[in-house]
Ligand binder design. Structure first.
Ligand SMILES: *Cc1c(COP(=O)(O)O)cnc(C)c1O
Length: 384
């Protein structure tokens, strides 16, 4: 079977993990801050907060921005459910902004339209969470302009986009956002097995997220309500969680980060090969905007004519030929849990059309070029 995504683990990855296992610190040791520093350096942000998943990062990012009961949070319907669940964890209301069909990313015209309407009904969002689908950044400059005009905060869900660039700068530098979140799940660009990171340039947000990831507990006397009782003393000043990353995971992340640029380069090479081999009369890759450099987490193609039957046939027959084609994503508002909240079919038509026409083809650094040619040949046979 050729999977749609796969981690690439080398001897150095293994050795660095084994070194941690032999050290004094399995967790809360030096590797986590080292990994945070490396991510800050790579992305050019001021602060990076490591956690045990991107889902946790999204949750504490919302909390740090003050999302609470009755607030509105908006995200894209074409994403993994974690992008919207984070708002629900905080007791907030979730809503979606429809996508641009050709990129799968949040549509700026739809966002503006929805903001104008929300201003009239006094239901403006507290936070908007753009999702950089497949590794391609959303139009962050525009979202930032709108955030100034309408007064919302921005969390980038960059789970797909470490190593990507927006207008020449690394995604994660938070030039146009309050917080940016990365995932290190094995199908993503670099892995820590499970893990995530939140980057920000705001020291207060960083500190709030650090407290939230570890029980809301502080050992810093300046944050306490009374003088410290002694070197053992700590205070819980808020309600937090155990969302910590371990040193074992951080060590793997550090080793993987050394290979990030090489991974992205390889992903681009393979994506270009797909672009040159695919019969674009039938199937076209997602459009790439001119101001972005994608991390190519996913290689997504779209049927020229959306068709439930052809879409299903293509994915099913690819699998019969030992190729795991996938679909990213089922529109979140069509999930039963969200339908029970009142969302219904037809609410976000572009997302629904996108779902009927989009297929993810295998893409990962160790994918062999012969396999890629086999994949495109098989697609052409199925579609002929
Ligand atoms: C993978 C993913 C997440 C969740 O990441 P975890 O690290 O598995 O929690 C969130 N959003 C998007 C868009 C993702 O692809």
């Amino acid at each position: 079977m050729i999977p749609y995504g796969k981690q690439s683990i080398n001897q150095n990855d293994i050795d660095t993990v084994v070194d941690v296992l032999k050290s004094n610190w399995l967790t809360q040791g030096p590797k986590v801050p080292e990994f945070e520093k490396a991510i800050s350096h790579y992305t050019g942000c001021q602060h990076a907060v490591a956690v045990n998943s991107a889902t946790s990062a999204l949750h504490i990012a919302c909390l740090a921005l003050g999302v609470t009961d009755g607030d509105y949070v908006w995200t894209s319907p074409i994403s993994f459910v974690a992008s919207s669940n984070c708002a629900l964890y905080c007791g907030a209301n979730i809503d979606f902004v429809d996508i641009a069909l050709t990129t799968g990313n949040m549509c700026m015209k739809e966002l503006e339209k929805k903001l104008i309407h929300a201003k009239k009904t006094q239901q403006l969002p507290k936070v908007v969470i753009p999702v950089h689908l497949a590794g391609q950044s959303c139009d962050m400059k525009r979202i930032n302009e709108l955030s100034v005009e309408y007064g919302f905060s921005i969390i980038e869900d960059a789970s797909h986009a470490i190593g990507a660039k927006y207008r020449g700068d690394p995604v994660g530098n938070c030039r146009y956002s309050d917080i940016c979140v990365f995932s290190f799940h094995p199908v993503k660009i670099v892995t820590t097995a499970e893990g995530g990171m939140a980057t920000t340039n705001d020291p207060d947000l960083a500190r709030r997220m650090q407290l939230l990831r570890s029980h809301g507990v502080t050992s810093d006397e300046t944050e306490m309500t009374e003088p410290s009782h002694g070197p053992w003393y700590y205070q819980q000043t808020g309600l937090g969680f155990n969302y910590r990353m371990t040193d074992i995971h951080a060590a793997l992340g550090l080793s993987q980060l050394d290979r990030l640029d090489e991974f992205i380069h390889k992903r681009h090479q393979l994506a270009n090969l797909y672009n040159s081999l695919l019969d674009t009369a039938k199937i076209t890759p997602l459009q790439q905007s001119e101001y972005i450099y994608s991390a190519y987490h996913l290689y997504i193609v779209q049927l020229r004519t959306p068709c439930v039957k052809t879409h299903r046939k293509l994915v099913t027959q690819l699998r019969a030929n030992k190729i795991i084609g996938h679909v990213h994503y089922i529109p979140i508002h069509l999930q039963p849990y969200y339908q029970n909240m009142g969302f219904k079919k037809g609410d976000f038509p572009a997302a629904e059309t996108y779902y009927r026409s989009s297929i993810t083809l295998p893409l990962y650094p160790d994918l062999q070029e012969e396999h890629l040619e086999y994949i495109t040949d098989t697609i052409h046979k199925i579609l002929c």
